[in-house]
Write a protein that binds this ligand. Structure first.
Ligand code: TGC
Ligand code: FAD
Length: 402
């Protein structure tokens, strides 16, 4: 009989093969499958061997930024002329799925850069801003972050107090943002702030501007390999050409969130697949009462339900991806998928933890890391309940937020 120690060693090699019970690959193009395979190989080589150590040490591996750029993980949906991948939304989703299969914090780094920094610059920026920032963000020469949340305004960003005044030849920015992924290492921040009339605008704030600091948030039990911090603006002089000119109002950041939430719906599927894959292998190898635990009905029930939920979630994001490609997906369509798939992944992580018994709480397996990461994912980009209320508003026409 193989000892438990040997089993752990072999699992560490990352033998993930994907989950495709309903032959969903038939719905993908050859290009989609090639892209997925190249990102899967990248994750096996550049993330899986190290992620446990990074997470245990709360270390953000800055060198991954350039590597993500090289493999095309930043802004796959942005046109090629600006350094993006020029790919469709299903390709974008598959990339997020594979990266989050490695770790949700790594996917955070990629989705913030692509959907929350490159997207607003591409969508709402001037041609000069696009040319200045997008190619460097795409290649990983530059890292960005997105500042919407404030200490007193999380689910309700419209109440933000960060503000800027027109000083003639520049804007003067004051306020603070909290819980900002990538902030401690970011070269630029896309910051949402109110002008003197109370209208929300996006501004590009660069590291090095006087009065701008990015203190790191320590002691997280979740997304430990991703860096999170604040953005503090103390009379920061922002050049006028750094204002995103082509859209204002809360709708602008909410459009960015649509794109990022879509990526999360795919990404969490990756975390769920990893937990299922690890649980299935462990159940086949772990012997109790002289049999593999996989032979017990209660374990089979858990595995069968995991596969069912993963398959349903795969079909959901594939159809949503088609709607994104056709420009037919609405915020509520995206909310449904983000909410469902994060909850599905969290439930699978918890069940997988049970299947691994005591080993499930250790860093020998990815389960506890995924589970703790998903506790952030269920909160950021709109909490589980906020997405329920978005759906409630869609169904009834009544906003129950206020
Ligand atoms: P509401 O009155 O509904 O809307 C305000 C204005 O925005 C317009 N709008 C949209 N426009 C474009 N696209 C959308 N998806 C839009 N949704 C709304 C709307 O028409 C209106 O326009 P106008 O012209 O009338 O002003 O806004 P509300 O204040 O009632 O809020 C609604 C609510 C609660 C759903 C919204 O505030 C919300 O989604 N809250 C959640 C906040 C959130 O998700 N924060 C995420 C921060 S970023 C983050 O977490 C990154 S983590 C990244 C990582 O590490 O991966
Ligand atoms: P609150 O809004 O205070 O919510 C607390 C609880 O109250 C939740 O359960 C919520 O659902 C509930 N609640 C709130 N309002 C209502 C209501 N009307 N009806 C019913 N229930 C309600 N933000 C960024 O801008 N950029 C980032 O890069 C970023 N990265 C993040 C990284 C991490 C690791 C984390 C944890 C957060 C990040 N966030 C980021 C912030 C994130 O978007 C917010 O945490 C989230 O929007 C919730 O805000 P809050 O934490 O202030 O919770």
């Amino acid at each position: 009989m193989e000892s438990t120690a040997t089993v752990h060693k072999s699992l560490k090699q990352d033998m993930f093969e994907g989950v495709d019970f309903y032959q969903i690959d038939d719905l993908l193009t050859e290009e989609h499958i090639l892209i997925r395979s190249s990102i899967r190989d990248f994750v096996k080589k550049e993330i899986s061997p190290y992620i446990e150590d990074w997470a245990q040490k709360a270390h953000f591996p800055y060198e991954i930024v350039k590597k993500f750029g090289d493999v095309g993980a930043f802004g796959p949906q942005i046109p090629e002329e600006y350094g993006g991948g020029g790919l469709d939304y299903i390709a974008y989703g598959l990339i997020m799925q594979e990266i989050e299969r490695g770790d949700s914090g790594m996917r955070s780094t990629a989705s913030v850069q692509g959907s929350l920094v490159m997207y607003p610059i591409y969508k709402f920026g001037s041609e000069e801003q696009r040319k200045k920032y997008l190619p460097k963000l795409a290649s990983g020469e530059m890292l960005g972050c997105f500042g919407l949340t404030e200490p007193d305004h999380g689910s309700n960003p419209s109440g933000m107090t960060t503000n800027f005044k027109d000083m003639g030849d520049h804007y003067l920015l004051n306020g603070a943002k909290m819980w900002i992924s990538n902030s401690p290492k970011a070269d630029i921040a896309v910051v949402w702030a109110k002008n003197e009339e109370g209208r929300i605008h996006g501004l590009i704030v660069e590291r090095g501007m006087e009065g701008f600091s990015t203190p790191e948030t320590h002691n997280k039990w979740s997304l430990r390999a991703s860096c999170t911090g604040e953005l503090v603006f103390d009379n920061v002089k922002v050049p006028k050409e750094n204002l995103l000119p082509n859209k204002s109002g809360l709708g602008a950041p909410l459009m960015c969130l649509d794109s990022a939430r879509y990526g999360i719906a795919w990404g969490t599927l990756g975390a769920a697949m990893d937990c299922y894959d690890s649980a299935r292998r462990y159940a086949m190898e772990r012997i109790q009462f002289d049999k593999p635990i996989a032979s017990f009905q209660l374990i089979q029930k858990k595995l069968a339900e995991m596969l069912t939920e993963i398959t349903k979630a795969q079909l959901l994001v594939w159809k949503l991806g088609k709607m994104m490609n056709e420009g037919k997906a609405t915020t509520s369509h995206i909310s449904l998928a983000k909410r469902n798939n994060v909850a599905m992944a969290l439930e699978i992580a918890r069940e997988a933890r049970q299947i691994h018994g005591g080993m499930g709480i250790t860093g020998e397996y990815p389960i506890m890391r995924h589970m703790m990461n998903l506790e952030s994912v269920v909160t950021y980009e709109g909490t589980h309940d906020i997405h329920l209320l978005i759906l409630g508003q869609e169904i009834t026409g009544i906003a129950a937020f206020k």
